[in-house]
Design a protein around this ligand. Structure first.
Ligand code: GTR
Length: 437
């Protein structure tokens, strides 16, 4: 019922005032919470003119200073060197696959009978313990053959059917109140478009693998090889990002056991911290056919040495559980980092990778993300792909460019929006061979 000014009784007015007060207080509280936990730091550089001079390491020059001129020299030497540096200095050692996995699958019709929703529980046995993860999958009903599939951490809200845009998503172990960011997750319509285009889409709930919490992240996948009660971690023991990357690999294991999916056509996708995990998963697991990083920023696609937006010190201070301890050596000393994030992109080569930025998301440094793509391009070309397709400058807003390396900068803020998804789908259609769909 609509209320006009004349209808307002005193009681209604005072309720409205109370509601208004509560809402304002809530917005302020949430805003402060986000400012502290999620938002920019007051000291962050947001001006291009203040980017210090920096030198990027050349992915095609090896540790001995020799240039890498052939695909063989890359594949049988240089790539391993770079992977080792990221493992020792940034994300930590990779986790071993589980000794055994038990899967339990429940499925039912969904989205008005157009789709199948599968709820998969995976229970893992390691050397020293167990952990579990839930994988929720939407797939088109009556698909012609094994499906290519997008998978990532918190790609949609598994608690609703059909998934709701802006629905509950947990960050820092706390549910975000609904409505904070209506574009944070694809809604039912976008999921339907994904299915209509012949893909399945799957979300991983990572809490049982490694909670996004500095006090409890060791419980789960990091326990089954590195016991959580171990006194003192070694400086290159893995953090939560490694555990989340491991979770993405476990989803690939599952797809290989389910005839509805083509496990050679799995595309890892992730927004923000989950984009960092998707990129590291792509570096670790050559079975991933392609990787999409949406606004992954610092420790993801953005170059660290530009010191623009979030820095190594900001991220290590706020999220001490994400990286290995060695990464802290580079707090305010990015110039000493032996690698930069363009080399993480290069570790995915020659497989397709897409980097999506948002214009107003300066905390994630859109230009630094583009420059990562550009500086990974020589490796993609050495390996015989067309890489960024000759693009040298950041494209106009909302325009997808590139080939094996895709890139766009969307207008607006930090989110995985429907437009991002549409551009990713178009690109996936180009880089994932049609025969498999
Ligand atoms: C921020 C963090 C970013 C990014 C983001 C997110 O607080 O500083 O690195 O990962 O969270 O995941 O939304």
């Amino acid at each position: 019922m609509a209320i006009s000014g004349n209808d307002l009784s005193l009681r209604t007015i005072s309720t409205l005032h109370t509601n208004h007060f509560l809402r304002t207080a809530m917005v302020l509280f949430v805003g402060l919470f986000m400012l502290f936990e999620e938002g920019d730091a007051a000291d962050a550089n947001k001006e291009e003119s203040k980017v210090p001079p920096y030198t990027l390491p050349d992915p095609l020059v090896n540790n001995a200073g020799q240039s890498v001129n052939t695909p063989e020299q890359w594949t049988n030497g240089r790539r391993d060197e770079l992977f080792q540096i990221f493992s020792d200095q940034v994300y930590g050692k990779s986790l071993a696959p589980p000794k055994a996995t038990k899967s339990t699958v429940h499925q039912r019709d969904a989205i008005g009978g157009k789709a199948i929703r599968k709820e998969v529980r995976l229970e893992f046995e390691g050397e020293t313990g167990q952990c579990l993860m839930d994988l929720t999958i939407y797939q088109p009903k009556n698909a012609a053959g094994p499906l290519p599939v997008f998978v990532g951490i918190h790609v949609f809200d598994k608690n609703h059917e059909p998934p709701l845009p802006g629905g509950r998503i947990v960050k820092e172990g706390k549910p975000i109140p609904e409505g904070i960011d209506p574009k944070l997750l694809p809604g039912a319509e976008t999921i339907q478009r994904i299915l209509e285009r012949g893909y399945a889409v799957a979300t991983i709930e990572p809490d049982g693998i490694s909670a996004d919490d500095a006090n409890t992240f060791l419980k789960g996948a990091l326990t089954i090889d590195w016991p959580a009660d171990k006194k003192g971690r070694t400086p290159n023991d893995p953090g939560a990002l490694s555990a989340w990357a491991w979770a993405i690999s476990r989803a690939v294991d599952y797809f290989a056991t389910d005839k509805d999916f083509d496990a050679t056509k799995v595309i890892a996708i992730g927004h923000s911290r989950r984009g960092k995990a998707a990129l590291w998963a792509g570096a670790n697991d050559a079975r991933l056919a392609a990787v999409i990083s949406n606004e992954s920023g610092c420790g993801g696609a953005a170059l660290s040495k530009r010191i623009f937006g979030e820095t190594v010190a900001h991220i290590n201070d706020r999220f001490p559980h994400w990286f290995c301890e060695n990464f802290r050596q580079y707090n305010n000393q990015e110039e000493k980092l032996p690698v930069d994030q363009h080399e993480l992109i290069a570790l995915i080569a020659p497989r397709p990778v897409y980097i999506g930025s948002a214009e107003q998301d300066l905390w994630a440094d859109p230009k630094g993300e583009f420059l990562s793509a550009l500086n990974a391009d020589p490796v993609y070309r050495l390996l015989g792909t067309r890489g960024l397709g000759g693009v040298k400058e950041m494209p106009p807003l909302n325009t997808s460019v590139g080939e094996t390396i895709g890139y766009h900068v969307r207008s607006g803020e930090h989110s995985l929006s429907d437009l991002d998804w549409m551009l990713y789908l178009d690109w996936a259609d180009r880089v994932i061979p049609k025969s498999a769909k």
